[in-house]
Design a protein around this ligand. Structure first.
Ligand code: ATP
Ligand code: MG
Length: 873
């Protein structure tokens, strides 16, 4: 039996033998494509080639790509665990032709690989072809069908509709028919009862799709119409885990050597046995699947967080924790303990797992701990909601409440329902769904972008000249209009551009396009599928005329200083903290730089100083920039250049060196470090478990900051009569102040005692009640309260104390009663509440003690009298 690793290798060598270049998997987390968060198919990394933004380096390519299908168009999350053949993360084996071979070769090689090489039984195989679509004017894909007929009997070739058999990249762009290969792995007995052809594409767990061959031959325009694609593309994708399962004769992906070791570890840890109980099996599959996803996304640089891609990862982790919590009794963090098995299994093919194992474990454990706390809060809240509903005689909680639990407290609906069921209750699911719908609509409205067709003026691709120039003569290749949040913007593609497009953490350039007719402002430059796009608020009137493209050089220089300083900072951090420091994120703007890196404790003030001193010494040394442009990646590695995990690098790379700092980098930099001026770290904080963040300023911004410091110091010195030892003077002042405060307190205590004595001498007896009435100004609330409690301590029976006092212009009413008066029916709270109306105020308290503040001191005497009147005194 072939092992999973052998199967992966056999795919690659088969296509290598057919003239394909084998390329590495791109990172699973996508950073430079606004339309996609994660790689969800093998073709993603070739989008720029398919769209014609870049020429293909190889016309035939094959690989195994890490994919994640948990958001957007492909979202399998809810299936995962419940079925046995959808994963969140999986590997997709694929082969591509960019304008080279087409349907004939794609089909016959797929057949040759499955049947001749891997020895699958042809009678278990089915192929689907596109049935055609009259409204699009498309006929059945007879071409593909005719190739299949060379291998398969007609009853194994099935027609499929647009949904299953017509592939589209998006609302617009390349598209075309596809042909899927399905495998029937049922027992002979079952096959005899129902032919496999009836079960294809019917969600039968043993009759599943394994390979999809896409034939891109059209381009979909924004008006929905189709035009022919000049360079046709073959794009195939085969689920690796499904292939392994088929070849290993299993009926579930989880029974293969890809997942068995992890399931075993989960069983050992929780005491559950896989295959005994359906609920527990689902939970075990969910956990086995999700631990891979989370570990790989962390190594690819995407940590769990509360926004965007990070939030998707956080939700996946929480899903696993929740299944463990509910069905496997895991009340403590447990996922992180599965890492060693995962690394033992996949660390060979993916060394990044081992390299970052400490960080992965830290991050997962902290996420687990914090979610478990959330679960507890949610459970408490749900208990209260249930109690309230029960008290109101209901057995259903509102959908709104269930949604608040879900949305605000991260408490999933199925868990809410489970707990409700245990208590004989339900939730209004209809209302919950409606709330969910509304929220989705709000999100959709906020994110909606209408994108027009590209209008091409000239064919061609963009050449970036911004490393050498900040002004360059250029002309427009194409443009389109986009609408977002009621704003209309234009995207312009130039044939040559000095504008740096946002990437690698550095923001995009701004500037202008000018010629003798007009000046068009470029408000941002971004990359889409590797294409630099200039964003403007209006279109030039003379679209065909040449322009000078001019970058805002002040901003560019400030960005360059911050970017170069980031490299120096990275090197200094490694020097001071150690080699475990890895970049985890970076933001370079004209104003500041932000650098996230792995490190397990706070960076101390002392260390920060050291880092600053190292960086600033390098700045003063004025080390010249050494740029290696377009060198082979091996050469870069030999130089000792630092690469980032989860970054996609081509065969040729750019390397930036300032002395001992050597990094792979596409950003813009200063000519020599002296141009940075100076660097000052302004904050150090934590962004996630094991990840710290440093923010720093350079150049003029440091100068501004120092000016502000100096101004503050000057003010302080003036306030302290230019004392030579300023901190000494301030400390002395604080001590003196504390001494004075103490004196005032002592004085107040004395005054309190005197006041109390006076009041005791003025007790009026009314029908056996000892009434003490106290009206005075300039008495703080605390003093009145202290006196009231002392009196209550001394006069244990029949005390009726009422005070009307004013402090800092605000009137206050206080009532204190002995317990026997309370027992007799008086309530201090009610008395002050009613009487406080006379001072335009309100208040309350306990039956024996209550206070009320107000706005009108003139009504105070009347209020005190009112209290006595209400008490019948
Ligand atoms: P399905 O209908 O089974 O969800 P699909 O039509 O979404 O499959 P494609 O987008 O054509 O699949 O992807 C190509 C191949 O990738 C599929 O033939 C299948 O083998 C595999 N695949 C797709 N989704 C998953 C997944 N979630 N987990 C594992 N393998 C998958
Ligand atoms: Mg699918």
């Amino acid at each position: 039996m072939l092992t999973a690793n052998e199967i992966r290798d056999s795919f690659k060598s088969f296509f290598e033998s057919k003239g394909h270049q084998i390329v590495p998997s791109a990172p699973m987390v996508i950073k430079d494509d606004p339309t996609l968060m994660f790689t969800n198919a093998g073709m993603n990394q070739f989008k720029d080639i398919i769209l014609g933004n870049h020429p293909a380096k190889y016309k035939r390519v094959a690989d195994s790509q890490k994919c994640l299908r948990v958001s957007g168009k492909h979202n399998d999350l809810e299936e995962v665990g419940h079925d046995t053949y959808h994963h969140t993360m999986f590997e997709m084996l694929g082969n591509w032709s960019f304008g080279d071979y087409f349907k004939k070769e794609a089909i016959s090689w797929a057949w040759e690989y499955l049947v001749d090489v891997l020895k699958l039984d042809p009678k278990d195989l089915y192929a689907t072809v596109f049935e055609g679509s009259p409204e699009e004017g498309l006929e059945r894909d007879n071409e593909a069908a005719s190739y299949w007929e060379q291998f398969l009997p007609k009853d194994h070739i099935l027609n499929g509709n647009k949904h299953d058999n017509f592939w589209e990249m998006g609302d617009t762009g390349p598209c075309g028919p596809c042909s899927e290969i399905h495998v029937d792995s049922r027992s002979e007995e079952e096959k005899a009862k129902v032919p496999g052809s009836q079960l294809v594409n019917k969600d039968h767990p043993q009759v599943i799709e394994i390979w999809n061959l896409v034939f891109m031959q059209f381009n979909r325009k924004a008006d929905g119409s189709l035009e022919g694609l000049p360079a046709k593309v073959i794009d195939t994708g085969m689920g690796f885990e499904r292939l392994v399962r088929t070849l290993q004769g299993k009926t579930s992906n989880y029974d293969t050597d890809v997942f068995q070791p992890i399931l075993k570890a989960i069983g050992d840890m929780t005491g559950a046995t896989y295959g005994k109980n359906e609920q527990q099996d689902i939970a075990m599959r969910v956990i086995a699947d999700h631990i891979r996803t989370i570990a790989f996304s962390i190594t690819d640089g995407q940590l769990p967080s509360n926004a965007k891609a990070g939030y998707v990862i956080r939700r996946i982790l929480r899903r696993a924790v929740r299944y463990g919590y509910t069905f496997l009794g895991q009340k403590q963090a447990f996922m992180y303990k599965l890492l060693p098995v995962l690394i033992e299994n996949m660390g060979g093919a993916y060394p990044e797992l081992n390299a970052q194992k400490e960080l992965i474990a830290k991050v997962i454990k902290e996420e687990e701990d914090s979610f478990l706390r959330t679960l507890e809060t949610g459970i408490r809240l749900l208990d209260k909601t249930m109690a309230d509903a029960k008290a109101a005689g209901k057995t259903e909680i509102s959908g709104k409440d269930a949604f608040t639990l879900y949305d605000t407290f991260g408490f999933p609906l199925d868990l809410t329902e489970l707990i409700l069921r245990e208590n004989g209750m339900t939730a209004d699911i209809k209302e919950f769904d409606a709330e969910m719908q509304q929220q989705k609509q709000r999100a959709r409205n906020a994110a909606a972008v209408e994108t027009g067709d590209w209008i091409t003026l000239q064919e061609g691709t963009t050449e970036f000249v911004g490393y050498d120039y900040t002004e360059y003569e250029t002309s427009i290749l194409r443009y389109r209009q986009i609408k977002q949040k009621n704003q209309t913007l234009f995207q312009i593609v130039l044939d040559k551009t000095p504008f740096y497009a946002e990437s690698g953490g550095q923001v995009g350039d701004t500037g202008v396009l000018v010629n003798e007719f007009e000046t068009i402002e470029v408000i941002d430059t971004k990359k889409e599928n590797n294409l630099p796009i200039h964003i403007t608020k209006k279109l030039p009137e003379h679209l065909e005329a040449p322009f000078m493209a001019c970058v805002d050089t002040d901003k560019r220089a400030a960005c360059a200083a911050n970017h170069s300083a980031t490299h120096l900072l990275d090197a200094a951090l490694r020097e001071v903290l150690g080699d475990h420091v890895e970049q985890k994120g970076s933001l370079v703007t004209p104003d500041s730089l932000r650098f996230d890196f792995s490190h397990f404790q706070k960076v101390t003030d002392e260390e920060i100083r050291q880092v600053e001193h190292i960086v600033n010494a390098k700045i003063r040394a004025n080390i010249p920039l050494k740029e290696y442009r377009n060198i082979p990646i091996e050469e870069a590695k030999e130089l000792g250049a630092i690469a980032l995990f989860g970054e996609k690098y081509g065969d040729r790379v750019r390397v930036i060196q300032f002395g001992s700092s050597i990094e792979f980098c596409g950003g813009t930099h200063v000519a020599a470090t002296g141009n940075i001026g100076m660097m000052k770290i302004v904050s150090e904080s934590s962004v996630a478990a094991g990840v710290r963040r440093i923010e720093a300023y350079t150049g003029a911004r440091v100068e501004e900051m120092l000016d502000a410091f100096q101004d503050t110091m000057r003010d302080l010195k003036a306030l302290f009569n230019n004392a030579p030892n300023l901190s000494g003077a301030i400390r002395k002042y604080i001590e003196e102040n504390a001494g004075l405060k103490k004196q005032v307190e002592d004085f107040m205590k004395e005054k309190e005692a005197q006041l109390k004595e006076k009041l005791l001498q003025n007790i009026q007896e009314v029908n056996g009640t000892k009434v003490i009435k106290f009206c005075a100004a300039m008495i703080p609330a605390d003093t009145v309260k202290n006196i009231a409690f002392q009196l209550r301590g001394e006069i244990t029976e029949n005390l009726f104390f009422v005070a009307g006092t004013v402090f800092e212009g605000k009137p206050m009413l206080t009532v204190m009663l002995s317990d026997n008066l309370v027992a007799g029916g008086l309530k201090a709270g009610n008395l002050v509440k009613e009487a406080a109306k006379l001072i335009q105020g309100g208040g309350g308290g306990q039956p024996h003690f209550a206070t009320a503040g107000g706005k009108n001191p003139d009504g105070l005497n009347a209020a005190v009298d009112k209290v006595l009147e209400l008490a019948g005194l």
